[in-house]
Structures are given as C-alpha cells and as structure tokens.
Design a protein around this ligand. Structure first.
Ligand code: ADP
Ligand code: MG
Length: 707
C-alpha cells in the first residue's frame, strides 16, 4: 500500500519498515493501527539542539554527548562486581562511561569500536581515576554507520523524543516509524474531539498536537516540553481524560436509566438490625449505611463502591444492607476472594443471624460434591437467604431464585468480569463492592465514574494506634524475645513469611521450614500453628479456629492472612523479609493487628542492603498508619501503571496522560466531559463523539459498552 493512502486506521504492517516480526512485537504492546502508534508517545525528551562537546563538560551537569567508541569491555573489581567500561571521544576530549553489573552489554556485543553513540546522563569526576570525566549508567543511542542525512535529522540538532522500547524495538526504530507514519498521513488527521469543546478550551487541533508531541519544533521552551505542558501535549492529555470522563458518564447514565429493585425500609428491617448489631456503629458507618439504603430504596440499581481502611468495619455495614434485602424477600450473595475469608465471614454472619429466621450457608469449592449439589439446589429454590462464597459462587451451575443484593468483598482481588458474572445471577440486583485498598481519594472520585462512592473514614472507637518498628537481621533475637514476652502476657502473634515464586511455582518452604524451626527451637514452650494456601480447607479452618480460640498462640503464616482475618487478641505481627512485600500489602497485613483495645506492635524484619525504594516503603510504614497517605506514597513510588495493575480496577490505563503529573488536567477534562454529556452543543456533535467512543472505548480502555 502506498504511503499516501495511509489513514489512522491502517494497520501498522503497511508502514515501511514494519515486517511481520515487528508487527507482532507492536501488537503485543497493543499497537495495531497507525493511530495506536501515534499515541505511543515519548516518555521523555532529550535536548540535542546543543550536544555538549567533551571539552566543555562540567561535573554535575546532565547532558548529551555525541562521541565515537574507542575501547570497551567488561571488568571485574576486587569485590567481585562486574563493570562495563567504555571510553569514547569526540576529538575535543575523552569521556568514560560505566555500567554496573552490565554483563549483558558484553554478552550481546552492544558496542563496537568506531560507533557513533549519543550518551545522556549526569557528568561526574571519576573518583578513583585520574580525575577523568565520566557518566555512570548513561542512556545511550547508537547511530548506525550508514545513516543517511534525512534520518539523522531526527536524531541531532533538535529536541528528540525518547520512547520506551517495545520488545526489541528501541527508541530509534520507533522514532523512525512514527515519523514515517506522520509523513504518510499528510496534512489531514481528522479530529474526533467535539469542535465546541476544542474551541471553548482553546485546544490545539489533533494533527498538530500529534506532530508537535512527537517532534517538538523548538517553538516552546524546553522545560515546557519536558514537563508535558506544551499546548500540543496538553491537548492529547486532555483528549484522553475527556474520552474516559465522557465514557464513564455515559455508562453511568445508562445504568441509572435501568429499572431496579425498590427496597423499602420497614419497621421489620429496623427491628432486625437492632436485634443483631453487636456494637454501636460509628458515625461513618451510619452515614455510609444511609447512602447505601437510599440507593437500594431508589427504583434504580445500585452500583456502589465502599472504601474503608483495614479494620474500619465494612462487614457490618454490608450485613445491615443484607438485612434490608432479606426483609424485602430477596436473596443475598457475598463473594470473598479466599476460602479463609469466606469462611470467616460465614461463621460471623451465621452467628449474628442466629436470632432471626434467615438461613445462611457457605459455598466454596472445597466442600464435598454432594453437599455442594444440595446447597446449589437450595439456593436455586430460594431456601437459602444469604450465601457466602468464593469464586465458586459464579460458576455456571449456580442460580438464585431471587437474588436482590450482591456484595463483593475485597474487590481489588477480583476482575471486573467476575463482578459482572455475580451480578448476572440476579435480574437487576443492587451491588456493593468493598475494598480496603485505599485509592487516593481525588483519583477515586474522578475515575470511578461508573460507581457511586462511599468512604468509611473513621475507625471504631478504642483502637490504640499500631506501633511499627523496622529491624534487621542482627535484631532477630530481640524480635523473637519481644514476641515471646507479648504472648506470655496473654497476647497472640502472627509471624508472616513471603511466598517465593521460583520458576513459576510458589515456594512455601520459608513458612513451613520456619514453622518447624520456631516451634522446636525458638518457642518450644509455646503453641504454634501453620497456615498457608496449600492446606486443605478443613485444615485451614481448624488452624483459624484454634487461633481464634487462643489455643494457638503464634500463627506462622504466608500472606493468606492478608485479607479479612479478625482476631482482636493478636497484638504482635512479625513480618519476615519485609523488603519483599509491596507497601499496600504490608499495610493490609498489618491491619490484622490493632483490632482491640490493647496496644499492638508490628515488627518489620528486613534484609540488608535495602534498595532506596524498599527503604522508603518501610520507613513510610513506621511513620504512618493512614491508608490514604500510604496509598499516595505507594502511587508515587510505583507509578500509576503498576499501582493500578492491569485492568483489575476498571481504571483505564492511560497512554500519554499520567495520573500523578496530570491531576489538574484530569479535573478540568472531567468537568468538561460531564458538561458535554449533559448539555452537548449539538445533537450531531454528541452522536459523532459517542460513535467514536463506541469504536475505540472497548479496545483502548478495556471497558464494556458505553451507550
Ligand atoms: P474491614 O473494614 O477491614 O472489613 P471489619 O468489618 O472486619 O473491618 O471490622 C474490623 C473489626 O472491627 C471487627 O472485629 C468488627 O467487629 C469491629 N467493629 C466494626 N465496627 C465496629 C464498631 N462500630 N464498634 C466496635 N467494633 C467494631
Ligand atoms: Mg473486610
């Protein structure tokens, strides 16, 4: 296909330079069309308008040098460290570059003598050598020998875009492909953003925005380019947030228009709640329950996210809402991510419901086949009013007589599809999803556009804040003594080990081995129990019950205790290899203690040396127990991509927009999107944009139909 016939929807394989192998690499990154490719935007820029001559380098400066490789090779220091060492010259002087542990540079024969290479990084004086200048771990880009002048103009004498590699496709290849695509498209790149929105917000037209974002022409100051604030970049960021904002608003409007169950708060409901409440709800619990009840009593289906930090008391709120549903003659399903949690919930609920005429049961795959079959029959017949379960609840052969209310606990452990499968077990059930993983609030409010949002922002009374200490291997003895002392005083303890993944297999050895060592050598006089995911259900339940009852004093466990386990008498947690856990996970784990009046202590035992990021994670935990604060820091340390994981959150992964950097643009674009959906300038404009979303939304953002 001739380049002049290129359109945004052309497949990338029609681009010059893209063969089947490259097309496959690109596809693996979600880049199928020319449009996809153009939205693969640089993650940073390099100023090569002024490449610094080696003679003019100043220590401390971060800059680009263009030099020829003189020598290079792998060295080994006396301490056994590998260093890849390279010397390069540009005729004005010599520069050394060093990469630590970079055996791959040698193995893959990346550098050769005589190559021309851009090096980018911070210049410093070699502390050991002769005072030579060096760059440690520079970014680099090798220029091929047979480069023609036009291609070179993409690389030198300008602000150059730097792309994240796609498989083996490096930044240079991507730069050339993108440049070719832009050239092939010619002047006309249609703009899907509604004209009225573009005008009102004074946004650059799409074609110009794409060109300038990839290849800034030097009209804007470099700082602006580097911080993604040029009009071109702003337009693309805005466009992405606007599309998501409008899509969510449409989805939500559609959901609100669907018929739902109109529950009624009767005296019976009030009576039942009064009868079972084991304590006075906190102000936050009351407020949230009212939000939920109002939704349930409206003629529209509820879709609500309940967020509350670990231990904030979400369960009882869900149970109260469940009573509202059951008193109205409907069934309730509660889905939890692990058998342990489902079992805990079931036992707790069965106990609470004892004085009421409702039957509850537990559906987990571990139960005997005959029992399960019987249970499913009774669920289908409407004899079971409330069923707690794991994924087993969403299997094909589970059907409800009258499912009116579905609760998903620890929502972040489930995919969006699993939530939908549970919902589809009823006609139009009200849905409550609960999560303890705190999403920074501003983001949640803005991004969970299709869910209503409630927060429990208050802990139950009489909780003493958890104290957290960071210890190292040399403190191990002291840590064990601390645990022993607490247990002697009548408390209980968790000792948690990471599950190590080796060759795709989960290795439980550390927990199992340490359990043996701890029970025979360290705490021979105490009663220990072992809990991990591979135990049979009855075994798990047996250990949990023994821990709850106090027969087991120290529970040695993997992270299976992360969610939902609730034993108020446990006041110490020792986390081994704390440096291997993520921040959010440590926070969740730590939430298992501090559930009673007594003061609780969390000991983080870490192995040195700690990376900077691990050190900051652990320090954060010793400084705060505020889940939201922790989430903000987690987001900062990990970056939004990793923070939100895959599509689990139902939060789209953005391409040019960055949730941390661009929060203000997010607010701005969302306001405009809501306004647009509510009062579009014209019917025609509205429909054009909706059909654009329909075509792009599912693939780009992994969400279901919008309107
Ligand atoms: P989470 O929000 O983490 O799921 P839970 O619902 O498990 O928290 O509640 C944590 C603990 O706090 C439980 O032992 C629960 O019984 C207790 N709890 C919840 N609400 C209150 C309250 N208002 N007063 C006293 N204890 C409460
Ligand atoms: Mg919970």
């Amino acid at each position: 296909m001739a380049q002049s016939l290129l359109t945004l929807s052309s497949e990338v394989k029609f681009l010059k330079g893209v063969g089947p192998a490259r097309a496959e690499l690109l596809a693996a990154r979600g880049i199928h069309t020319v449009e996809d490719l153009l939205y693969y935007t640089p993650f940073r820029y390099e100023d090569r308008t002024r490449v610094t001559r080696i003679r003019d380098l100043v220590p401390g400066q971060t800059t680009t040098v263009l030099a020829k490789v003189l020598t290079c090779g792998l060295m080994r220091t006396r301490t056994g460290l590998y260093i890849f060492d390279l010397a390069a010259t540009d005729t004005t002087g010599m520069l050394r570059c060093k990469w630590f542990n970079a055996v791959y540079l040698e193995k893959r024969k990346i550098f050769r003598q005589g190559q021309r290479v851009f090096f980018y990084g911070k210049v410093e004086r070699d502390p050991f050598g002769t005072g030579n200048l060096q760059i440690v771990q520079p970014q680099f880009e090798i220029l091929p020998e047979s480069e023609d002048a036009s291609a070179e103009s993409l690389e030198v004498g300008r602000v150059v875009p730097i792309y994240e590699s796609v498989g083996t496709l490096g930044t240079r290849v991507l730069r050339r492909l993108i440049s070719a695509a832009l050239a092939g498209l010619g002047a006309q790149i249609p703009d899907h953003l509604p004209e009225s929105i573009r005008r009102k917000n004074q946004l650059v037209e799409r074609g110009a925005a794409l060109r300038q974002t990839h290849f800034p022409d030097g009209a804007r100051p470099l700082e602006e380019v580097a911080s993604f604030r040029t009009p071109a970049q702003l337009r693309l960021i805005f466009e992405e947030f606007f599309a998501v904002g409008a899509g969510l608003a449409l989805k939500r409007r559609k959901a609100k228009a669907a018929p739902g169950i109109e529950f009624r708060v009767t005296d019976g409901v009030r009576q039942a709640i009064k009868q079972i409440l084991p304590f006075h709800p906190t102000g936050a619990q009351k407020r949230v329950l009212k939000e939920i009840a109002d939704d349930m009593c409206s003629p529209r289906p509820m879709n609500r996210l309940l967020q509350g930090d670990v231990g904030s008391g979400k369960t009882i709120v869900a149970i109260q809402a469940a009573l509202l549903a059951m008193e109205n003659g409907y069934q309730v399903a509660l889905m939890a991510p692990t058998e342990i949690l489902a079992t805990q919930h079931y036992l707790y609920i069965k106990n609470l419901l004892a004085p009421l005429p409702y039957s509850a049961d537990l559906l987990i795959s571990a139960r005997r086949a005959a029992e399960k079959a019987e249970l499913k029959r009774r669920i289908a017949g409407g004899e079971i009013h409330l069923v707690v379960g794991t994924h087993a609840l969403i299997e094909e052969d589970v059907s409800f007589a009258r499912l009116g209310f579905a609760v998903v606990d620890e929502q972040h452990r489930f995919g969006v599809m699993q939530r939908f499968r549970l919902i589809r077990k009823g006609a139009t059930p009200d849905v409550l999803v609960m999560t303890a993983t705190p999403i920074p609030r501003t983001l949640a409010l803005t991004l969970y556009g299709d869910l209503d949002f409630s927060v429990i922002d208050e802990l139950p009374p009489n909780r003493t804040p958890i104290e957290t200490r960071l210890l190292f291997e040399r403190d191990r003895g002291q840590a064990f003594e601390f645990v022993r002392e607490r247990v002697r005083q009548g408390g209980q303890a968790y000792v948690v080990y990471p599950v190590i993944e080796e060759g795709g297999k989960l290795d439980l050895k550390p927990a199992v081995r340490m359990y043996e060592y701890l029970s025979t050598t360290v705490f021979p006089e105490l009663r220990l129990g072992l809990l991990h995911g591979r135990l049979r259900s009855e075994e798990k339940e047996g250990v949990m019950q023994a821990f709850k009852g106090g027969e087991v004093q120290i529970l040695v466990s993997t992270t299976v205790v992360e969610v939902g386990v609730d034993v108020a008498n446990a006041t110490v947690m020792l986390i081994e290899h704390a440096e291997r856990f993520g921040l959010a996970q440590l926070h969740q784990l730590r939430g298992r203690i501090g559930r009673g009046r007594a003061k609780s202590t969390c000991l983080l035992l870490a192995e040195e040396p700690l990376s900077d990021v691990a050190a900051e994670r652990l320090r954060t935990l010793t400084e705060t127990t505020d889940g939201f604060r922790i989430a903000e820091i987690d987001l900062k340390l990990r970056g939004p991509g990793e923070f939100f994981g895959t599509r689990q959150w139902g939060i789209p992964t953005f391409r040019i927009a960055n949730l941390l950097r661009d929060q203000e643009i997010l607010e701005w674009a969302k306001r405009e999107a809501l306004e647009f959906v509510a009062h579009p300038a014209s019917r025609q404009e509205f429909e054009a944009f909706v059909s654009y979303l329909r075509a792009h939304w599912p693939r780009r953002y992994g969400l279901a139909q919008v309107a």
